[in-house]
Write a protein of this length. Structure first.
Length: 234
C-alpha cells in the first residue's frame, strides 16, 4: 500500500482586530501572510520532489478568507495546480453569537445575562469550556470536528491512491492541535505547550484501519513551542 500523508498548514498572518478572538474574522492575508504562503508552496514542492510524493488533487481549506488565500497561493504555485475546496468543518473554535466581539464585550455580555454563570478566569484557553451562548463550542469540540474531517478525507484518499501521496489541509492552529490530540498525535498537555508557525506544514502519516479511525504519527514539520503563560487561541 502507498504511504499517505496529511499536511496540516496554519493560515498565513492576516489583518486581525485587536483584543478579539480571531476564529471567524473575515479579513485577508497581510503582505507578511502572503509571503508565508509563498514560502509554504516552495516547502511543499521541495519535499514532494525529495520524497517523490504525489500531491492529492484537492487542497482542503477552512472557509475563512485567510485560509482560502493561503491554500490558493500554494495551489497556484504547484505544477498542474490542485483545486481548493472550502469546508466549514475546518474552522477554528466558534464563539457562536459572540463571534468577533472583543474580549471585554464577550465578558460583559455574559455578565449581563442572568442565565449565565460567571466566566472562569481561563475561559479563553480552557480546552473543555464552551461559552454559555448560542452556537458556541469548546476548543475540544472544534478539534473533534477537524479530526473527523481529516479521518474522512484521508480514508477517501486511501481508497484511490496508487502512489505515495500527500494531501494538504489549510486551517487554524488551535483546532489543528486539538485535532492532533484526538488523533493520538499530541498528548493533552502538549496542546497548551505547542502552537503552529504560520504556513509551516506539519506532516502526519496516515494508515487506514477497519474501525475508520486510522493510525496517525507525526513524521515531519516542527510544532512551535509556546511562550510560558500563553493561551491556546491561535
Amino acid at each position: 500500500m502507498p504511504r499517505l500523508f496529511a499536511a496540516l498548514i496554519r493560515h498565513g498572518d492576516y489583518a486581525q482586530l485587536p483584543d478579539t478572538p480571531s476564529a471567524h474574522q473575515p479579513f485577508a492575508l497581510n503582505p507578511q501572510g502572503r509571503a508565508q504562503a509563498e514560502s509554504a508552496a516552495l516547502a511543499v514542492a521541495d519535499q514532494r520532489q525529495r520524497e517523490r510524493w504525489q500531491l492529492a488533487p484537492e487542497i482542503d481549506s477552512s472557509e475563512q478568507l485567510r485560509a482560502w488565500q493561503t491554500a490558493s497561493i500554494i495551489a497556484n504555485a504547484q505544477l498542474g495546480p490542485p483545486a481548493v475546496a472550502s469546508f466549514a468543518a475546518l474552522a477554528e473554535r466558534g464563539l457562536g453569537s459572540a463571534a468577533n466581539l472583543t474580549l471585554a464585550q464577550i465578558e460583559q455580555a455574559v455578565a449581563d445575562d442572568p442565565r449565565c454563570p460567571p466566566l472562569p478566569a481561563d475561559w479563553k484557553s480552557n480546552s473543555h469550556f464552551r461559552l454559555p451562548l448560542p452556537g458556541a463550542e469548546s476548543l475540544m469540540q472544534a478539534g473533534e470536528r477537524v479530526a473527523e474531517h481529516l479521518r474522512l478525507r484521508m480514508a477517501e484518499l486511501a481508497a484511490r491512491a496508487s502512489a505515495d501521496t500527500v494531501k494538504l489541509f489549510v486551517g487554524h492552529g488551535a483546532a489543528f492541535r486539538h485535532a492532533a490530540h484526538q488523533l493520538a498525535v499530541l498528548s493533552f498537555p502538549q496542546i497548551a505547550r505547542l502552537s503552529m508557525y504560520h504556513a509551516h506544514p506539519v506532516l502526519l502519516e496516515y494508515w487506514p484501519t477497519p474501525n475508520g479511525q486510522g493510525r496517525w504519527r507525526h513524521v515531519a514539520g516542527h510544532w512551535k513551542v509556546r511562550k510560558r503563560g500563553a493561551g491556546v487561541l491561535d
